[in-house]
Design a protein around this ligand. Structure first.
Ligand code: F6P
Length: 360
């Protein structure tokens, strides 16, 4: 394949702190390699609709390293293969239109920054001949093949600070506080923020819980004189047996929306322990704001390596963190899979060893 002269870049799926850091690294590294960058707006919409793209120079990305969000915009409802439309059909396949637009824009390759869904779309385009390099993104840290995704550290740091703050008010009022955190069907944010914030109970999707067991833990704390208890609940956590699911899931376009479990656990625990209980949902606060220094560095390394792979002509791959290196791995090995917390992982075992309950 001839050398890449013009490179498209897009961000897809839910935003994550560090997206702008990747865009900046891609644009700067590409420019230094005499490759022109074109930013596509709102994920693949930039290839579906005309005039939804713009040339990005190093000047355009100056000062964005520390910004949350994405200067290109994003969406988790714009899959071009099943694009939602307001007609009787409901969806339309715009994939050919995207491929035509890719050529009309004189692009030679595409850097796609996104989570599992976006990388799955990218892989379909790769199979149809578009040279693609993927960059994994999610606060949930649930993409297989990479130890870390940028955004995760920022989300965990924010959740940890929130738990720290809840400790003091919970202690002042002798209350139980439940904190619901994001993560979809993986418990990484809950586990890491729970351990970092000194939670007493951590409920994650990978370890189904029993509220009787949680209540016993909280009563025992009361008996030795603890003035408070903190229960971190992953939004995807569910009770043992799968009987009455406490998860309130709704569909929103193509994406399942989770939420509500923290409030339900709080209500049940108040009844079971007789202790005043309050709940907090951290929600999208975990995705906003400036990326941590760790995420800025990881995002910059991902962006730099993505351009290096474009220069080498290595496509159909995703950059991945394999400490101490950033390496390419086949996108085919990643899509359609979820990296969940191994219930016997060292962090779970250590948490148990210091007395944290997982409600099982
Ligand atoms: O995947 C990232 C994430 O923030 C999940 O943790 C959460 O379940 C979901 O996105 C929320 O999506 P939306 O922004 O569409 O509400």
């Amino acid at each position: 394949m001839p050398a890449v002269k013009r490179l498209g870049v897009l961000t897809g799926g839910g935003d994550a702190p560090g997206l702008n850091a990747v865009i900046r690294a891609v644009v700067k590294a590409a420019s230094n390699a005499s490759i022109e960058c074109v930013g596509l707006e709102d994920s693949f919409d930039g290839l579906i609709e005309p005039n939804r793209s713009r040339v990005l120079t190093p000047r355009d990305v100056t000062g964005i390293l520390r910004l949350g969000g994405t200067i290109l915009g994003t969406t988790n409802r714009g899959n071009p293969f099943v694009y939602p439309v307001d007609t009787a059909e409901g969806t339309r396949d715009y994939s050919e239109r995207c491929i035509e637009m890719f050529h009309r824009l004189h692009l030679d390759a595409l850097v796609v920054i996104g989570g599992d869904g976006t990388l799955g779309i990218a892989y379909e385009f790769y199979k149809r001949g578009i040279p693609i390099v993927g960059v994994p993104k999610t606060i949930d840290n649930d993409i297989v093949g990479t130890t870390n995704c940028f955004g995760f550290d920022t989300a965990v740091s924010f959740a940890t600070e929130a738990i720290d703050r809840l400790h003091t008010t919970a202690e002042a009022h002798r209350r139980i506080m439940t904190v619901e955190v994001m993560g979809r069907y993986a418990g990484w944010i809950a586990l890491h923020a729970g351990v970092a914030g000194g939670a007493d109970v951590i409920l994650i999707p990978e370890i189904p819980f029993d509220l009787d067991s949680v209540a016993r833990t909280l009563r025992a704390r009361d008996q030795w004189g603890a003035r408070f208890s903190i229960v971190v609940v992953a939004e995807g956590a569910a009770p043992k047996g799968g009987g009455v699911s406490l998860v309130q899931a709704a569909t929103d376009g193509h994406v399942e929306r989770l939420g509500g479990i923290g409030a339900q656990v709080a209500g049940a625990l108040e009844q079971m322990t007789g202790k005043e209980t309050r709940h907090v949902v951290l929600g999208h606060l975990q995705r906003g704001g400036a990326p941590t220094s760790f995420d800025r560095v990881l995002a910059t390394r991902f962006g730099g390596m993505a351009v290096e792979l474009v220069r080498r002509g290595q496509f159909g791959v995703m950059v991945a963190s394999h400490p101490p290196d950033i390496v390419p791995i086949p996108i085919a090995d990643v899509v359609g899979r979820t990296k969940t917390v191994p219930p016997d992982s060292d962090l779970v075992q250590t948490a148990r060893a210091i007395g944290v309950s997982f409600g099982d």
